[in-house]
Write a protein that binds this ligand. Structure first.
Ligand SMILES: [Zn+2]
Length: 323
């Protein structure tokens, strides 16, 4: 959710009726960066609403899972540009955000200036090249999820190798439960499918989302076909530790999250792996330095300032719920 911030450009776009990841306030045009719940608030089939510019994957998820009419979406892919006349003359360019499937960032060019809105992103080589080709940006609104230098993550491939290695060590003797989000951590489940030959058992909503995205073979609804389990993070905090299988060592937990950096004494049989689909502090610094915007605003308000980024259904106390 972004309400225009404090910068004159953001305020002018908001006043003109542009809404970005925010469907709670009526608008004349919406941009939707990706299908995580803290970015889709207010989006529903009942809202007749103005057009929504988003990726084909996000549109499909919103149409199938939230039953939003498909005709409401204007589709854009990473690298594409579309010109719009309403609510004002706008040129919108999408850049692949390397976050969850279908996630985009948006460059919005208007009579008041150029806004680059990142949504949630993880820096990668394609993005570095895309950013180098950008025209001058007046206002950058950037993902600041991990806003301290202690957050320095390994490359995703390295973290995925670690998850696969842990799963491989245990998978013949016990269940391996992995913290996943309905949409997200997809690369981990794909790697487990490809390298261990095993799908991950997931709940119905996650299985439906994977089906919509054409990734149904990575997951299963058949508990007996695999020792891999995919649960939401909240499940590990509330129920997992109470289960007899856990207490008796017949199941272990793998928690892939950027917050792994803060876990100094993990619980028994919990493995925290610093896999993140957000940029770390240093990647954000690099991103801002290469965009060289005239002004920068944070996407997230400081902790305790009201809104929390919630990619997950619930959070352990003291730990932001981000996947
Ligand atoms: Zn997200």
């Amino acid at each position: 959710m972004w309400r225009g911030g404090r910068h004159p450009l953001g305020r002018a776009l908001h006043a003109a009726g542009l809404r970005v990841d925010d469907f709670e306030v009526p608008g004349r045009l919406y941009l939707l960066s990706h299908f995580h719940s803290d970015h889709t608030r207010g989006l529903s089939r009942r809202d007749p609403g103005a057009p929504v510019v988003t990726s084909p994957e996000t549109a499909l998820l919103a149409a199938r899972l939230h039953r939003v009419p498909e005709e409401r979406f204007l589709l854009i892919r990473g690298g594409e540009t579309i010109d719009l006349e309403s609510p004002t003359r706008l040129r919108v360019t999408a850049i692949d955000a390397n976050h969850c499937p279908g996630a985009l960032m948006f460059l919005v060019e208007s009579e008041w200036g150029r806004l680059l809105y990142t949504g949630d992103f993880r820096l990668d080589e394609t993005m570095r090249a895309a950013v180098r080709a950008l025209p001058p940006v007046d206002l950058l609104v950037a993902d600041n999820t991990y806003d301290h230098p202690r957050y320095r993550f390994p490359r995703q491939e390295v973290a995925i190798d670690e998850v696969v290695a842990i799963a491989e060590r245990h998978v013949r003797e016990r269940q391996v439960a992995i913290a996943v989000y309905t949409i997200g951590k997809t690369r981990i489940l794909r790697a487990l499918r490809e390298r261990l030959g095993l799908p991950t058992y997931v709940g119905e909503p996650t299985a439906r989302a994977y089906g919509v995205l054409g990734l149904a073979d990575i997951v299963t609804r058949d508990r007996d076909s695999t020792p891999l389990r995919g649960y939401a993070r909240g499940y590990f905090e509330r129920y997992f530790k109470m289960r007899r299988e856990y207490r008796e060592g017949r199941t272990i937990a793998i928690i892939p999250t950027g917050w792994a950096v803060d876990v100094l004494r993990p619980e028994w049989n919990f493995h925290y792996v610093p896999y993140s689909e957000h940029c770390d502090f240093h990647e954000r610094e690099e991103f801002v330095a290469s965009v060289r915007p005239a002004a920068v605003e944070d996407l997230l308000e400081p902790a305790g300032a009201g809104r929390r980024h919630t990619g997950a259904p619930s959070a352990p106390s003291g730990t932001p719920a981000i996947f």
